[in-house]
Design a protein around this ligand. Structure first.
Ligand SMILES: C[S@@+](CC[C@H](N)C(=O)[O-])C[C@H]1O[C@@H](n2cnc3c(N)ncnc32)[C@H](O)[C@@H]1O
Length: 600
């Protein structure tokens, strides 16, 4: 395979790039082709050019390694000619998509802008470019996840670019860029904001600190300034050693529906921190400085103990001598109010959720139409009732106590007596066998399941059959407020929720039920939401948050043996028993949890 094609995703190789204009959604996803809207392109170009300096020869050399139809380079041209009148500009754009390059060239010619355009795979071409070739790089690199890339391509990219864990195509792109910048040169990167706080984002965080020094960071939150499903962030970084002091601005909607307007950015740059309205929509702008994981740890009082998990560059857990301090994953905004609040919480943190609990995702059938129904009586043949298990989905979950829908059932084809998933014997369940066989074509078409050595009628993520009958704490993956509920019904949990089995809470010598109550009290309180926003910060549109294993594991617990914690535990028990809770009781819970952590 020629070098140019080597790093294309599996799907890209199967399917040649389609036309540029208005790419269909599936193609956008496959090729990471979400073009930057003009307002956002102007903002990014404005910030890059403000920080850039022409090289000694009086030339400003700007690269876009995945230029699409040229929006970013054209915006950079507009900004640079305004800031450096008479300066010679050398613009260079690469894109895998030859038709995009034709469009970019035509647009540039129509605007009288000279540029070099190359139709090529930049992951191959970039490695052949001379070190320090550019004074600025402006980029919105393709975002293509591992699932889309295919396992072997992801593996190749990991090896080739020194990356780790789950990657997307943004990671190798960013890996090629620092080397191409001249000393003091500037990178302007637009990408999904998830990298700030997720484990998978460690690749980008590490790259942005290894040869670069971030100087401006904009988390553009739910402004919907970008058409893709991801929430965008912009990072401006200089080719220099990291010295800290990166300005960090975030903008999230506080009410109403989001909008897209350049005036928003003007406000963002000039008026922060502030709450700005635009056409009746209100956005809160917060400003502070960037705190990396390494800086967080440096502020901690002691290095990790043997028990603490050691970190790579900015991951890991800092532990202080006496008690436990909070794990400092990823990056967060630092300002006086948040820092002092977190320090107080940290001082009262006994363990994190992740240290006492195993947070599991629910089952994933990958054939819900066949396995899940609220009308099993109509099925012919109807599987044996003992295999049709009550199912908890995000729809049923409200805080404190889970209530199953009586009619919703999942056909769970495993023996519930076993800890490990053991498929049923068809001889024992002839009706289920007949029902599944009637759907064999669709079920056996799930090649990934067969390839992983499983029987054709299994589900993709079955979890531990024996644990279902045990009490558990269940909560939806996506919800605006936390909705942690206790389930004692023995229901199976669906893949749109996460769960903590009480027998798996016995990692510490504390009664599992009391610990579960404490955990629910912390999570469902206003404190829990604030902690989530400060330390995880992964909000989606319409104020929704993701309560995944990664984030929930970071939540703190106060010492359960202390009287303040006991008060939380007693109140949660009451809230569960006297369902639904009244407003006064919830106010009391907020007060008790805050008091347990010593924060007002
Ligand atoms: C998110 S779009 C950004 C396009 C443009 N820079 C903009 O901001 O509007 C990413 C671009 O990367 C291109 N691309 C994907 N894989 C590539 C590769 N290996 N080399 C170069 N370009 C690639 C896609 O064709 C797409 O045009």
């Amino acid at each position: 395979m020629p070098a140019e094609r080597r790093y294309r995703s599996a799907k890209q190789r199967r399917d040649p790039a389609p036309a540029v204009a208005d790419p269909a959604a599936g193609e956008c996803k496959r090729f990471g082709r979400h073009y930057t809207p003009p307002a956002l392109a102007r903002f990014l170009a404005h910030r890059v050019v403000s920080q850039a300096a022409p090289s000694q020869a009086g030339v400003l050399r700007v690269l876009d390694p995945a230029c699409g139809n040229g929006e970013l380079l054209l915006a950079a041209h507009t900004e640079a000619t305004a800031r450096f009148p008479g300066m010679r500009l050398v613009l260079t754009g690469y894109d895998l998509d030859a038709q995009a390059i034709v469009a970019a060239r035509e647009r540039a010619e129509a605007a009288g802008v000279a540029a070099r355009w190359y139709a090529a795979d930049f992951l191959a071409a970039g490695t052949r470019l001379t070190q320090g070739s550019f004074d600025a790089v402006i980029t919105n690199p393709p975002y293509v996840r591992t699932q889309q890339l295919g396992g072997s391509t992801a593996h190749l990219l990991r090896r080739r670019f020194g990356l780790h864990g789950r990657i997307d195509l943004t990671h190798p792109f960013v890996a090629t860029l620092p080397r191409l910048l001249a000393g003091g040169g500037v990178l302007g990167l637009l990408c999904a904001n998830r990298f700030l706080t997720t484990k998978a984002g460690a690749n980008i965080r590490d790259l942005l600190l290894s040869d670069l020094s971030p100087i401006e960071l904009y988390d553009l939150g739910d402004t919907k300034l970008f058409a893709a499903a991801v929430l965008p962030a912009i990072i401006i970084a200089r080719r220099a050693d990291y010295r800290g002091g990166c300005r960090y601005i975030s903008i999230y909607e506080t009410a109403g529906r989001p909008t897209c307007a350049l005036s928003l950015f003007d406000a963002l740059v000039t008026q922060h921190p502030a709450t700005v309205g635009h056409k009746g929509r209100v956005f809160a702008i917060e400003a502070g400085t960037l705190l990396t994981g390494a800086e967080s740890r440096a502020r901690g009082s002691a290095p990790p103990t043997a028990r603490g998990r050691r970190s790579t560059r900015d991951r890991g857990t800092a532990r202080s001598g006496g008690g436990a301090s909070l794990p400092q994953w990823g990056w967060r905004m630092s300002h006086a109010a948040v820092d002092s609040w977190l320090a107080r919480v940290e001082a009262r943190t006994w363990r994190t959720f992740g240290e006492v609990a195993r947070v599991r995702v629910g089952i994933k059938t990958t054939a819900d139409r066949i396995f899940i129904s609220d009308r099993w009586a109509d099925a012919d043949p109807c599987p044996e009732p003992e295999l049709l298990r009550a199912l908890l989905t995000h729809r049923e979950l409200a805080p404190w106590r889970a209530t199953c829908r009586p009619d919703l059932r999942v056909l769970y084809p495993y023996d519930p007596a076993h800890a490990r998933p053991t498929p049923i014997d068809f001889a024992d369940f002839p009706a289920a066998a007949a029902y599944l066989s009637a759907n064999k074509e669709a079920l056996a078409g799930r090649r990934y399941l067969i390839d992983s050595g499983r029987a054709w009628f299994e589900i993709w993520v079955p979890q531990r059959p024996r644990l279902w009958r045990e009490p558990k704490v269940v909560f939806p993956d996506i919800s605006d407020r936390p909705r942690f509920a206790l389930d004692r019904s023995g229901a199976v949990v669906n893949g749109d929720c996460y769960w903590i089995s009480l027998p798996e809470l016995s990692r510490v010598p504390v009664d599992a039920l009391r610990l579960a109550y404490l955990l629910m009290g912390v999570a469902n309180s206003s404190f829990g939401v604030r902690f989530y926003d400060v330390s995880c910060g992964n909000r989606l549109y319409s104020h929704r948050r993701r309560w995944t294993t990664e984030y929930v594991s970071r939540m703190p617990l106060p010492d359960p043996t202390l009287p303040r914690s006991a008060a939380v535990i007693d109140l949660v028990r009451e809230l569960i028993e006297h369902h639904p809770p009244d407003r006064a009781a919830l106010g009391e819970l907020d007060r008790l949890v805050e008091s347990a952590f010593g924060v007002p």
